[in-house]
Design a protein around this ligand. Structure first.
Ligand code: AHR
Length: 512
């Protein structure tokens, strides 16, 4: 990719030109790799009001619900085509004992949620409630198993309970609890953040534990588990290397966690009160995920050149200060247009590395960190991040199209350089081409020329997500400040598209 680099001093202190130019060459007949739909996955943890109040209110609630799941949130998620949902954590998973969450709800034992504010967990949302929700949404469940404080027997029996069709003790127990047929459960995480909240282990020790726990997670009655080892955080390449060497083909996938966060101690900054410099820093930090992914992939390539082991970025997204007036430890944050950019840019990176990335799960789906949806009692609002996931739906299971991008770059705080355009293209199953375009610049519009090699475009439709200010967000009183609108300003001429993408806007085009 050819880039004209602009120095930090110039970019931040001098007014930029009112308009930039960029060119994208899309190789429309060279697509090979499917973008796994699971890259558009979600994550729901027993944390704050993600589960209780967010997804689940119970059948007797005055909040409209379908069998206990809040109707407004359910419908919004259905519209998002959620491909996979990870549960019950996160850190919560390694203190969760699944037997507490089955049987009559009023008889389930309570526990203290030690990771997240010490809240009392009543276990009214358990295995049945989660797996039934996945069936209703039509998505794959991704169970995160307890290795930190649970036993091998406990995890093995959970798998049997969920997936055995036979005359087995756990299948019998499941039937007693009202579910005849087993559920389909493909994705199984063997621990979470085992280097931290999941047991503070060394990679060598965890590698052995993974081998032991995973041995007894059986494939019952045609249910084939895809077993995922608890992987590295950010730049911990030693963790990945150790697991690749010591576990190898015994894991189907290995996870990676990468948050767009300033640091783990002290203030992380406000979700809605930030300046332009903070915004550009955020773009740099979020784009750095590509280098991190490449380095983990290089390590994986050493022992797995055929790329049989998947990389699953099963936690990612922005992490800001908790909103004032909310419960400490519940990680409730607002979501501005800046967050939508983090989503768009990161998804464009994932699309590109789909030869290795098998899944990704943004943290988290409702009311926690970079969520899709915020709720407050009976009210619900869709965040700018939701709108990006909705606009990007067409990428799920589409064929990635290689492309060359030429655009300007700028240097930003943190000693990083960011291209001012981010893009991705894919061929959908119906033959349409989907193109995402993000103009990162806060000031300048971008004159784009898109050359399509190997495609005969007749018609283009598009949508744009932008707002007056990069700090704009949706709240319960103003739910439609940041939402997509139609974008029709595309000229088609001899296999070439010409369009102007306004500053700080995200455009998704559909080409027929
Ligand atoms: O997503 C919030 C927390 O972040 C998860 O529980 C944990 O895995 C990570 O540290």
């Amino acid at each position: 990719m050819k880039r004209i680099l602009i120095s930090s001093l110039f970019a931040l202190s001098m007014p930029l030109l009112a308009q930039e130019n960029a060119t994208i060459n899309i190789h429309a007949n060279e697509g090979k790799q499917i973008i796994y739909k699971e890259i558009y996955g979600q994550f729901a943890e027993h944390l704050g009001t993600c589960i209780y109040g967010g997804l689940w209110v119970g059948e007797n609630s005055s909040i409209p619900n379908i069998k206990g799941y809040r109707t407004d949130v359910f419908n919004a998620l259905k519209n998002l085509h959620v491909p996979v949902l990870r549960w019950p954590g996160g850190c919560f998973a390694d203190e969760y004992h699944w037997t507490d969450g089955i049987g009559p709800r009023d008889q389930r034992p309570k526990m203290q949620n030690n990771n997240w504010g010490g809240t009392i967990e009543n276990n009214s949302f358990g295995t049945h409630e989660f797996l039934n929700l996945c069936e209703m949404l039509g998505c794959e469940p991704y169970i995160s198993g307890n290795v930190g404080s649970g036993t091998v027997e406990e995890l093995a029996k959970w798998v049997e309970y969920m997936t055995s069709a036979g005359d087995t003790p756990m299948a019998k127990l499941r039937r007693q609890n009202g579910r005849q047929e087993p559920w389909h459960v493909k994705f199984l995480g063997v621990g979470n953040e085992s280097w931290g909240c999941g047991g503070n282990m060394r990679p060598e020790y965890y590698a052995d534990l993974y081998r032991r726990y995973s041995t007894y997670c059986r494939n019952y009655d045609g249910n084939n588990l895809y077993k995922i080892a608890s992987g590295a955080s950010d730049y911990d390449y030693t963790w990945t290397k150790t697991l690749m060497d010591r576990v190898g083909h015994r894991m189907d996938g290995i996870s990676l966690h990468y948050y767009t966060v300033t640091g783990w101690s002290g203030s992380k900054g406000s979700a809605t009160k930030f300046n332009n410099d903070d915004y550009y820093w955020t773009m740099g930090k979020c784009l750095e995920i590509e280098n991190v992914i490449k380095k983990h992939c290089d390590i994986m390539d050493q022992t797995d050149p055929k790329k049989q082991t998947g990389l699953l970025v099963d936690e990612w997204g922005t992490w800001w200060d908790e909103e004032q007036g909310t419960t400490r430890g519940h990680l409730y944050q607002q979501n501005a247009l800046r967050d939508a950019f983090v989503a768009a840019l990161t998804l464009n990176v994932f699309n590109k590395h789909t030869d290795r990335i098998r899944m990704a799960n943004i943290a988290q789906v409702v009311n926690v960190l970079q969520s899709m949806i915020l709720t407050n009692d009976k009210q619900m609002v869709l965040t700018p991040t939701y709108h990006v996931f909705e606009m990007y739906k067409g990428f799920q299971d589409a064929t990635y199209l290689p492309l060359d991008l030429t655009c300007d770059s700028m240097s930003v705080r943190g000693d990083r350089k960011i291209p001012l355009v981010s893009t991705s293209a894919a061929k959908e199953k119906n033959g349409n081409i989907i193109i995402s375009l993000a103009n990162v610049s806060l000031k300048n519009s971008e004159d784009l020329t898109i050359n399509l090699q190997g495609a005969n475009v007749q018609k283009v439709t598009g949508r744009i997500l932008t707002s007056k200010n990069i700090t704009d967000f949706n709240d319960f009183d103003h739910p439609n400040v940041v939402e997509p609108t139609d974008f029709n300003n595309v000229k088609i001429k001899k296999g070439e598209l010409k369009l102007k993408v306004p500053a700080k806007s995200i455009v998704v085009l559909e080409l027929k």
